[in-house]
Design a protein around this ligand. Structure first.
Ligand code: IPD
Ligand code: CA
Ligand code: CA
Length: 261
């Protein structure tokens, strides 16, 4: 079985095309790592190149849709359809030659995410979902895990960002997890892949503060369509307003909210 609606096909095609540049540039990073200047400017350029290819491809197929993309910001058009793009999610990993980053694209219809794709070009893992039609990893249906006891779980998080005003709160939440329950907590450095891994049952939950819409848009539908929950830290749907996101399997959402308090 696989997902093959017209919009999904457009997203897959754009991702595949942009990922050729991404893979080629990742290969260059190793050489730049040892140079005096380091790969910083090269990575910024790469980010922009990947974004340009994605936008060109998406606009070619859907000229009327609006766009929100991390590097260039908003392109206003028909506001009822909007692509939400993160060209490289996991830039710090990319910059350091760590093969764990992804392209993430969500599609909104009337302010609701209806399709999402998260593509890890190095592992060639494509996570895709469409509203009402389930979530897939490389054309195989995926489901969230069924672990119900937090003590058996593995949990992902990220941040806090250096400049974040909620840094203290974020550190407190991290400490809550490490002191209240002794379970493995991982920071893999790509919020979109963190969410994709929850959807695929590789980990059981993910929490983070201060993420942007492009970090989570595709992940939201991929988790929901795999049977998981996406809420804010209070169990509500206000993850954009409250800038807190909690993504879990269907069993541990409440327990995680308690630990975060
Ligand atoms: C970042 C990654 C990281 C998360 C940061 C994000 P970027 O996105 O998702 O995992 O902890 O908060 O900004 O900058 O690599 O696109
Ligand atoms: Ca990001
Ligand atoms: Ca990015």
């Amino acid at each position: 079985m696989k997902l093959s609606s017209a919009n999904i096909n457009v997203m897959i095609k754009a991702c595949r095309k942009a990922s050729k540049t991404l893979i080629r540039d990742f290969g260059e990073i190793e050489n730049l790592q040892v140079s005096v200047k380091g790969p910083g400017d090269f990575v910024t350029a790469s980010d922009k190149k990947v974004e340009k290819i994605l936008i060109e491809e998406l606009q070619k197929a859907r000229p009327n849709y609006s766009i929100l993309s991390e590097e260039i910001g908003k392109i206003s058009n028909d506001e009822s359809f909007k692509w939400i793009i993160d060209p490289i999610d996991g830039t710090a990993n990319f910059l350091h030659g760590i093969p764990h980053f992804a392209i993430s694209i969500g599609l909104e219809k009337d302010r609701e995410i209806i399709c999402g794709i998260i593509y890890d070009p190095i592992k060639d893992e494509m996570f895709v979902a469409e509203k009402g039609n389930g979530s897939y990893l490389n054309n195989q249906r995926i489901r969230v895990s069924s672990r119900s006891k937090l003590e058996d779980c593995i949990i992902f998080t990220g941040g806090p960002k250096k400049e974040s005003k909620d840094r203290e709160l974020a550190l407190k939440e991290y400490n809550n997890f490490s002191s209240k329950i002794h379970i493995p907590i991982r920071k893999l450095g790509s919020a979109s892949l963190d969410m994709a891994y929850v959807a695929a049952g590789r980990c059981d939950g993910f929490w983070q503060r201060n993420l942007n819409y492009w970090d989570i848009a595709a992940g939201i539908i991929i988790i929901r369509e795999s049977g998981g929950f996406v809420t804010d830290f209070y169990g509500e749907n206000k993850y954009l307003e409250n800038k807190t996101i909690l993504a879990t399997n269907s069993k541990i959402n409440k327990e995680m909210i308690e630990v975060l308090k």
